[in-house]
Ligand binder design. Structure first.
Ligand code: KIV
Length: 376
């Protein structure tokens, strides 16, 4: 008796060819159907040889046939790892420190290739990568997941993980235990927290435990509700003095550097000149020791019409390029021009013919058998 070739039979035979039944012919497939399997699918598939140089990486296996090939190759010109003392020496020499955000492996990988000194897993993640309304929504666990993926791509840059709102304000002990998670689980080199003089005991507790802290003063987006929105800070004499007090307090508490956000250039430059640690400006003009920008903003990875703060310079058009590419793909799939011959895996002609011939023969045998059964 011949078994009818059904889609489930073909599926089982496919599975069998991939070894998922441990090479044994299932009892349900024994009989004439199994002869098809023996002649066509139990024979190991001839794997085509790769046409290209294998993509290798010292830590990851090569996969010639998978759509999920590893992203990570370190930059070809090896550079020395950026450490705290390297950052201090850059600062002392007056060399500007470059920092950018990265929220996942690819964005960290490209930052690393571009030679960024510091990579920040900012809580801007909430808005630009997770689509949240503001940064207060993002959880420690979510930050840690993204920190780990960034850490895998950064062999040279000094990495900083941003402690999210609610994970450090309650007490220095709470802050320290969160900071430890960012180092142990997030694989970061340092943590960042927002706040000035009032956070000094917290910064002290974390740095005393041996964890470097990047402070963040001026506009502190996690406190947007208290600040009355995203407002430029230090615009009046009193407010500028408060900012200076904050800068001195976080420095005194052991911060190795501080982000200074949305502050008039003159104030940021003047404060920078009074400190012994670097300032990393964002919307604070050109007189700080370094600069930071959110990667999605500066690469233009957002749709037209999105609001951009005044200080952001758009250096690229990643959105435009991605949109063009995806639209072309859509058109080519709809029009049938993709995939072309060069995107397919070759199979020896005789194998194709033998396969098609066997299946056709079995199908016609099945058809005659079914006719016979009907007539009987
Ligand atoms: O979350 C972030 O990306 C930041 C930078 C803007 C400094 O805090």
């Amino acid at each position: 008796m011949h078994k009818q070739v059904t889609s489930s039979l073909l599926r089982r035979s496919f599975l069998l060819s991939r070894g998922s039944t441990n090479g044994r012919t299932p009892s349900s497939l024994r009989g004439a159907g199994a002869s098809l399997l023996t002649t066509t699918t139990i024979i190991p598939l001839q794997q085509p040889q790769p046409q290209h140089q294998p993509y290798t990486h010292q830590h990851v296996q090569t996969r010639h046939y998978s759509s999920h090939s590893p992203m990570g190759l370190p930059p070809t010109t090896p550079r020395k790892k950026v450490t705290l003392s390297k950052l201090q020496s850059m600062y002392k020499k007056g060399e500007k420190i470059t920092m950018i955000t990265a929220h996942d492996f690819p964005s960290a990988h490209v930052a690393e290739h571009a030679g960024m000194d510091m990579v920040l897993v900012g809580d801007s993640l909430a808005m630009v990568a997770l689509g949240m309304e503001d940064t207060s929504e993002v959880l420690v666990e979510e930050m840690l997941l993204h920190c780990r993926s960034v850490a895998r791509a950064t062999t040279r840059a000094f990495t900083v993980g941003d402690m999210p709102m609610g994970s450090y304000e309650i007490s220095p002990q709470q802050a320290l235990s969160t900071a430890i998670r960012f180092i142990k689980e997030g694989r970061m080199s340092a943590v960042k927290l927002e706040g000035g003089a009032e956070m000094a005991p917290t910064i002290r507790a974390i740095t005393t435990a041996g964890i470097p802290v990047l402070a963040h003063i001026g506009l502190t987006p996690q406190r947007q509700n208290a600040l009355g929105g995203f407002r430029v800070q230090g615009k009046s004499k009193e407010s500028a003095k408060r900012l200076l007090r904050d800068a001195l307090a976080v420095q005194e508490a052991g911060a190795f550097a501080m982000v200074v956000e949305a502050v008039p250039q003159e104030v940021a430059s003047f404060i920078t000149g009074l400190l012994k640690v670097p300032t990393i400006g964002i919307g604070a003009g050109n007189g700080t020791s370094g600069q930071v920008l959110v990667q999605a903003d500066m690469t233009g990875n957002f749709p037209p019409g999105r609001f951009l703060p005044k200080f952001v310079k758009k250096y690229g058009d990643v959105w435009g390029e991605a949109l063009k590419a995806i639209e072309s793909y859509r058109d080519e799939v709809k029009g049938g021009s993709y995939p072309a011959e060069e995107h397919t895996y070759p199979m020896p002609k005789e194998e194709v013919e033998a396969f098609v011939g066997d299946v056709r023969r079995l199908m016609s045998a099945n058809a005659s058998e079914t006719e016979g059964e009907k007539d009987a």
